[in-house]
Design a protein around this ligand. Structure first.
Ligand SMILES: Cc1cc2nc3c(=O)[nH]c(=O)nc-3n(C[C@H](O)[C@H](O)[C@H](O)COP(=O)(O)OP(=O)(O)OC[C@H]3O[C@@H](n4cnc5c(N)ncnc54)[C@H](O)[C@@H]3O)c2cc1C
Length: 479
């Protein structure tokens, strides 16, 4: 390993990944956050709370085309619903989610969970009958579900909740009964009454209003096209916008979700994958019948259903997703001496193409999944009123990427949500600012650091994903 500070043109394997790129902890006079999703907005609020940053200016830039709308309506953080659970196979995320749940459970009208933003509906986490380990050694959905159950029990004990709040469902029949729909959608699972779901769009709006109320943060509508650098000092100095203007800052935090790899070369770190959702209109009577169902997720198939609201039922799939490799107009900022990627998987959303649909096979998968979870004949052939491709920023382990860039000073990356970061909205910013200011615990710092792996294909192998890795969106659309 070489010392990165004295190496003019390092190659990736030469970089000491433990090197701290802000060793002096100089207080940045200006901070630019690119992206107003969960990562960016939560960071902005946490920055306003730190006394040592009281005189730093904070700017949030988002490509949202609508003035005053942050984040953009096609951001991953915007949707009708997101699951809020501490049901994780990894105890570190279970513990952090439990911290976040304290905020979600505050349900006075002015609190995060109020006015229907959070509903503790209960949650069935299920899996198919399968071995615990795949041939390649990675965990299966069943392994994920069993570990998650152990962690959920430990949390119930720690939080002083009765252990009966978590109920093992040892066969598909019990799952069908507890689901309330008759849906025998998994072979083994458990019901956790202390989990639920959030209205994602309403929660983000509440959070945005919180951030603006501090009076500390300037929001700008605009798209960063590239990062500005001073090569002699190896420093990122700001961002150049599509309209030709430049925003300068001492510290640039790139929290651009699935768009991050188009700005910073994350070839060995994270990749944008498109995930499928279907929304179905239901009748008032059907809404009443489904009012009290829990959230249902099968981690072997990745399929999940969230209880409906306003007569719209949502089904989605937590999968390996689709890659959308496209040439980049400007190469993302990488490490000098390494080859810049010519093609980067990048999001395409309903804002790029109002008629965007999902691959025909995907629609079939959602329909079959819905029938397993809600096996009602009247829903079997009902068309989806709307479908959506929503973009994950996936890492190989499902761990986030929250770290200084290993080469460029003044550049901090906060992304890699891997399809599970929404629930952390009230706490993730504090962790990101801890990492910026060097106060992150050693365990979390190591978990979220720039990775030394150079995987050929990035596919999240944490046991929670359905489908097949490596599918190309364009090919699947043609089928
Ligand atoms: C289908 C789906 C289901 C999910 N379900 C759950 C769930 O049930 N529970 C859960 O906890 N999590 C869930 N997640 C994951 C969670 O929603 C994401 O991890 C989280 O929202 C990611 O936040 P983000 O800030 O990284 O990205 P985003 O919310 O996408 O925000 C990034 C922002 O950056 C902006 N931006 C991008 N490029 C630029 C640029 N060049 N210049 C300026 N601005 C830019 C974008 O406009 C966007 O607003 C789900 C995600 C999806 C897609």
């Amino acid at each position: 390993m070489v010392d990165v500070l004295s190496c003019p043109t390092p190659v990736l394997q030469d970089i000491n990944l433990d090197t701290d790129m802000n060793p002096k902890r100089e207080t940045p006079a200006s901070i630019l956050i690119i992206g107003a999703g969960v990562f960016g907005l939560s960071t902005a609020l946490a920055l306003t709370k730190r006394p040592e940053l009281a005189s730093s200016s904070i700017t949030v830039l988002d490509r949202s085309p609508e003035a005053g709308v942050f984040p953009s309506r096609d951001a991953s953080s915007i949707d009708s619903s997101r699951i809020i659970r501490a049901d994780y196979a990894d105890p570190a995320y279970a513990a952090l989610a439990s911290e976040a749940q304290v905020h979600w459970r505050q349900t006075s009208p002015t609190s995060l969970g109020g006015e229907g933003r959070y509903t503790e509906s209960g949650f069935i986490l299920g899996a198919d009958s399968e071995p615990l380990v795949r041939d390649d050694g990675s965990p299966t959905g069943l392994a994920y579900a069993k570990k998650s159950w152990v962690n959920a029990m430990a949390l119930a004990h720690k939080e002083g909740r009765p252990l009966s709040s978590i109920r093992v469902l040892k066969n598909s029949w019990s799952i069908g009964v507890v689901s309330g729909t008759g849906g025998e959608f998994a072979y083994w699972g458990y019901m956790n009454t202390a989990s639920g779901w959030a209205d994602a769009e309403a929660s983000m709006k509440w959070f945005y209003e919180r951030v603006t109320a501090t009076g500390r943060v300037t929001f700008i509508n605009g798209t960063a096209e590239s990062l500005e650098t001073d090569e002699s000092s190896r420093k990122v100095t700001g961002a150049r916008l599509k309209d030709g203007t430049t925003l300068s800052a001492d510290l640039v935090v790139v929290a651009a979700g699935a768009w991050t790899p188009t700005l910073v070369d994350l070839s060995s770190q994270a990749v944008a994958t498109g995930q499928i959702l279907g929304y179905m209109d239901i009748t008032e009577q059907e809404q009443k019948r489904l009012d009290k169902i829990p959230v249902m997720l099968n981690v072997s198939t990745g399929l999940f259903v969230i209880p409906p609201r306003n007569r719209v039922l949502k089904i989605a799939r937590h999968a390996y997703g689709y890659l959308n490799p496209k040439p980049v107009s400007k190469p993302p900022l990488g490490i000098p001496g390494t080859k810049a990627p010519e093609m980067v998987s990048q999001p395409i959303t309903h804002l790029d193409d109002a008629n965007l649909s999902i691959p025909p096979d995907a629609e079939k998968i959602l329909r079959e999944g819905l029938q397993k979870m809600i096996p009602w004949p009247e829903l079997k052939d009902r068309p989806f009123s709307r479908t959506r491709l929503c973009w994950y920023t996936d890492t190989t382990t499902g761990d986030w990427l929250i770290d200084y860039h290993p080469y460029w000073q003044g550049l901090f990356i906060a992304t890699g949500g891997s399809g599970h970061a929404f629930k952390f909205l009230p706490v993730i910013g504090e962790k990101i600012v801890d990492a910026i200011t060097g106060k992150c615990s050693e365990e979390l710092r190591r978990k979220w650091q720039w990775r030394s792996t150079e995987s050929e294909i990035i596919a999240t192998e944490d046991g929670s994903r359905g489908g097949k890795p490596g599918l190309i969106l364009e090919d699947e659309m043609k089928k």
